[in-house]
Design a binder for this molecule. Structure first.
Ligand SMILES: *Cc1c(COP(=O)(O)O)cnc(C)c1O
Length: 253
């Protein structure tokens, strides 16, 4: 009863666990709280229907599954019922209703435009546009089908090819609970990921012990999944990871 806002990451960045957005939004509303959904690991990865879920707000980034590249824009979504009611505290000239009137007082634009603040980073937006143009050639239902096939294949191959090495799956097997990445725990996860990167298989490491593999369904192929697991198997079989060079902690993991 004393919670004002429930802020959740729709697909958990470590485990790949996906929340039931509609159910949790309804529960938040029952308790008198607003919902904010972080879609960083959802946008472009899984179908999202904010209207159907009755969500209040959503935020996300464009540099993961939307392929905008590091430094590309964040985004915000506001339920149309709230969009004109909420005061956006960052009152920059791009949110002004008469941007070029150069008035000395601030009057927010109607609608989502009031959530803008400063001049838009056009070169970064151009990169996002390239990615979105490719999305426009397909749809999230087809991408979701491929994403689940990719992650199912990865889980099955790792569990058979690397069975001897004690990897522990922490991503849900149920399709309705899984995003588009798969995480396994291994005590030497950091070094294993470094050894994979040295072989051009780019995963990442998250504390504690988590090896995370993202499958962007737009362009990751089934052959790449197969090859990645084969290389992971070789690294574990030969303990290639057990070298000083792979144990140096970099600032980006
Ligand atoms: C990547 C990510 C973001 C985006 O953060 P930036 O500050 O835009 O880099 C937000 N939330 C989660 C859970 C993320 O994984």
């Amino acid at each position: 009863a004393d919670v004002a806002v429930v802020m959740l990451t729709h697909v958990n960045y470590k485990t790949g666990y996906m929340y039931d957005m509609a159910a949790l939004t309804a529960l938040s509303h029952e308790c008198g709280a607003l919902s904010i959904w972080d879609l960083a690991h959802s946008a472009g990865a899984v179908p999202v229907d904010l209207h159907q879920a009755g969500a209040d707000y959503a935020i996300g980034c464009t540099y993961k599954y939307l392929n905008g590249g590091p430094g590309s824009q964040a985004f915000v979504w506001v339920n149309p019922a709230l969009v004109d009611v909420v005061r956006q505290p960052l009152s920059g000239w791009f949110g002004h209703t008469r941007q070029f009137a150069m008035e000395s007082t601030y009057a927010p634009s109607a609608g989502i435009a009031r959530y803008l603040c400063g001049t838009q980073p056009i070169t970064s937006l151009a990169m996002v546009e390239c990615g979105l143009e490719i999305f426009a050639q397909t749809d999230m239902v087809r991408l979701r089908t491929k994403s689940l096939a990719l992650t199912d294949l990865f889980i099955a191959l790792v569990e058979s090819r690397c069975a001897a090495h004690g990897l522990e799956l922490i991503t849900p097997r149920e399709h309705t609970r899984r995003g588009s990445h798969v995480s396994f725990e291994h005590p030497e996860g950091y070094a294993v990921i470094q050894a994979l990167i040295a072989r051009d298989v780019i995963g990442d490491y998250r504390e504690p012990r988590i090896m995370r593999f993202g499958f962007t369904p737009l362009y990751t192929s089934f052959t790449e999944v197969w090859d990645a697991v084969e290389i992971l198997g070789e690294i574990l079989d030969n303990a290639t990871w057990d070298q000083a060079q792979f144990k140096v902690r970099n600032s980006v993991t």
